[in-house]
Design a protein around this ligand. Structure first.
Ligand SMILES: C[S@@+](CC[C@H](N)C(=O)[O-])C[C@H]1O[C@@H](n2cnc3c(N)ncnc32)[C@H](O)[C@@H]1O
Length: 586
């Protein structure tokens, strides 16, 4: 501290009116007040930082992904490849920070709710209600992951995080901290348990919260929902602009009498043949209309004179001939959709019927997983962001039983979309019944949804088709020795294919490999001496190449590729990966 003080120049300096002693006293007082201020709590969340083993280990081991080949599902090569990553999501998110920075349209997560019922593991131990640090542990855990997740969102990307009463207050402040209060888009309430949790002490909780935050809310869009049946029936007319209904131009009810709004009492003229309207009487054939009701009482129009004239010109005030003569109406317009409301109550959001029971049917076994979401709650919340974005990428890094993946496949089925998902989940036995969440629940669920399945009573359900690749997190030594860099490069092949979305192997040589998708190729060169052989091998392949060349430093080998620079985009590995990891694990 003393050292610190020496560096700082005094705030108050001696001048003609202050003696040196006074100045010294003033500066001492300023320092005292500064210290005092520092002691005070700032506004926001405060928690006890808790080290987490899976994070600490990244100082010594760097995460990579290893494919589990025998779990690959390819049922339609024209469809996108979805990913399921088994492992701790801190590691999966670290890898994705290299492969998918700013690539994700929506993150949907349903984290452990920290209810104290020993369902959530921290540092290899279940956290129960007796744990004095359980809120701090949960906040540390969520903070670290949300920070990594934010980097993955596109500028107009949105994160949806579900929660219930146990952590809603902490999560709200945490999300404000990580994403910024200005980027809070909404907090929905969804009735997920219509019966109510009767075991609660005071009220039977029947709802959960869905927090929506944009990476940059100004750039984000909430999609309108189609009109419901009632609205479609009411807004039955349509013109070039929109659907509309007709509401009487004459006001009724409160403040509708002439003496209450005298300026809104004026004549409007209607052509008796064509029903055209005008604010002036153009000829004898134009009839004067006044806002006088059936009992002869003078009332007012809904619009002032100026607005009325504008609306007549735009065709938004119209005349209709009825049994009691000509009447005026105003068009009340509705866009093709409406803004989603913040309270969602519908039997389809019941997590028991459309979550727990649905999984039982898909997997042919009851009581496998207790806390899935209703499939429809996930579908409908995703639709608020990506209804019209048929190529969206959706990430769920607390995937559990895989409802989010299932929802994306259903959305694509509805509209022929090509949306993709990335799911990450640990592989613990969440319910203590012997079923591991990644291998025994999430994976078989997605497989059955893609390929089709038989319900418990034998009814067959057709598959939605699609593709899935299964990865597990793996590790290489972090110490930046040449040997470890070579090892990281060798282990990074899957990561590079994921980054590029190129999964089809084209060439497989000892020192280089080539993969492709419908749009481009990825080349990985493990030894710079193999550059000429690589160039020769790709000479006759038409198309663009992302080429990753092994380098102990940051060399991009531009000179070696000068002659084909239009065809290739070069990156040095593992440096490009290490740069991201240095930022995260610093
Ligand atoms: C509440 S469940 C999500 C349920 C999911 N929305 C569904 O509908 O099936 C939370 C899941 O996150 C997983 N999980 C918890 N901590 C994790 C971690 N650190 N890394 C990866 N997954 C984790 C748990 O295994 C659990 O299955």
């Amino acid at each position: 501290m003393a050292k610190d003080n020496k560096k700082r120049s005094p705030v108050v300096k001696p001048n003609a009116s202050t003696s040196g002693l006074e100045v010294e006293k003033l500066n001492a007082e300023i320092e005292r007040l500064k210290k005092e201020l520092k002691k005070r709590k700032k506004y926001g969340l405060v928690w006890e930082p808790k080290d987490e083993e899976v994070i600490e280990m990244c100082k010594e081991k760097l995460p990579v992904l290893k494919e589990v080949k025998n779990k690959e599902i390819i049922s339609d090569k024209d469809k996108p490849v979805n990913l399921l990553i088994e492992g701790d999501n801190y590691h999966a998110l670290s890898v994705l920070n290299y492969t998918h920075a700013k690539k994700v349209d929506v993150i949907y997560i349903d984290p452990p709710y920290n209810t104290g019922s020993s369902k959530w593991i921290y540092n290899n131990k279940y956290v129960d209600s007796e744990d004095a640090f359980r809120h701090s542990k949960w906040l540390s855990f969520m903070f670290k992951r949300l920070k990594l997740a934010r980097n993955l969102l596109k500028d107009n990307g949105v994160i949806i995080c579900t929660i219930d009463d146990y952590e809603i207050h902490s999560l709200g402040l945490l999300m404000d901290e990580v994403f910024g209060e200005n980027n809070r888009m909404s907090i929905l309430v969804i009735e997920s348990n219509p019966r109510g949790r009767t075991s609660n002490a005071f009220f039977a909780t029947s709802h959960e919260y869905y927090l929506f935050y944009g990476r940059n809310a100004l750039k984000c869009k909430i999609e309108e929902q189609p009109l419901n049946e009632e609205q479609s029936a009411a807004f039955k007319y349509k013109d070039d602009i929109s659907y509309y209904r007709l509401l009487p131009m004459r006001k009724s009810g409160a403040a509708s009498r002439r003496n209450e709004r005298p300026k809104q009492f004026y004549p409007i003229y209607v052509n008796k043949d064509t029903l055209k309207l005008s604010m002036t009487k153009l000829s004898k054939n134009w009839e004067e209309l006044l806002p006088i009701d059936e009992s002869g009482e003078e009332r007012v129009w809904k619009l002032g004179r100026e607005n009325c004239e504008k609306y007549i010109q735009s065709g938004d005030v119209v005349a209709k001939r009825g049994r009691n003569g000509i009447k005026l109406y105003q068009k009340d317009r509705i866009k093709s959709g409406r803004k989603p409301k913040t309270m969602w109550i519908d039997p389809k959001y019941d997590a028991s019927a459309h979550g727990t029971n649905l999984i039982a049917e898909i997997l042919g076994k009851r009581n496998i997983f207790e806390y899935p979401k209703s499939l429809y709650a996930v579908i409908d919340s995703l639709k608020t962001i990506i209804r019209s974005n048929k190529n969206a990428l959706v990430l769920d890094f607390f995937a559990g039983s895989g409802t989010t993946g299932h929802a994306v496949l259903e959305l694509n089925k509805e509209d022929g979309g090509s949306r993709k998902f990335i799911l990450c989940t640990s592989n613990e036995d969440n319910n203590g019944n012997g079923y591991k969440i990644a291998t025994d629940i999430c994976y078989p669920r997605i497989r059955n949804i893609i390929k089709g399945y038989q319900k418990i009573r034998g009814e067959k359900v057709e598959g939605l088709s699609g593709n899935l690749k299964y990865f597990k997190t793996n590790f290489v030594n972090a110490e930046p020795t040449d040997k470890n860099k070579i090892k990281l490069t060798a282990e990074a092949t899957e990561m590079l294919c994921i980054k590029e979305g190129t999964f089809e192997k084209v060439l497989d040589q000892k020192n280089f490999k080539v993969f492709k998708n419908a749009n481009h190729y990825t080349g990985i060169i493990f030894d710079q001496a193999a550059i000429p052989a690589f160039k020769k091998a790709i000479k006759h392949i038409k198309g663009k190449f992302s080429v990753y060349v092994f380098s102990l430093g940051d060399e991009t080998f531009d000179d070696e590729f000068k002659d084909i620079k239009q065809k290739v985009q070069l990156s040095p590995i593992p440096e490009a990966i290490l740069r991201v990891y240095r930022r995260i694990f610093k």
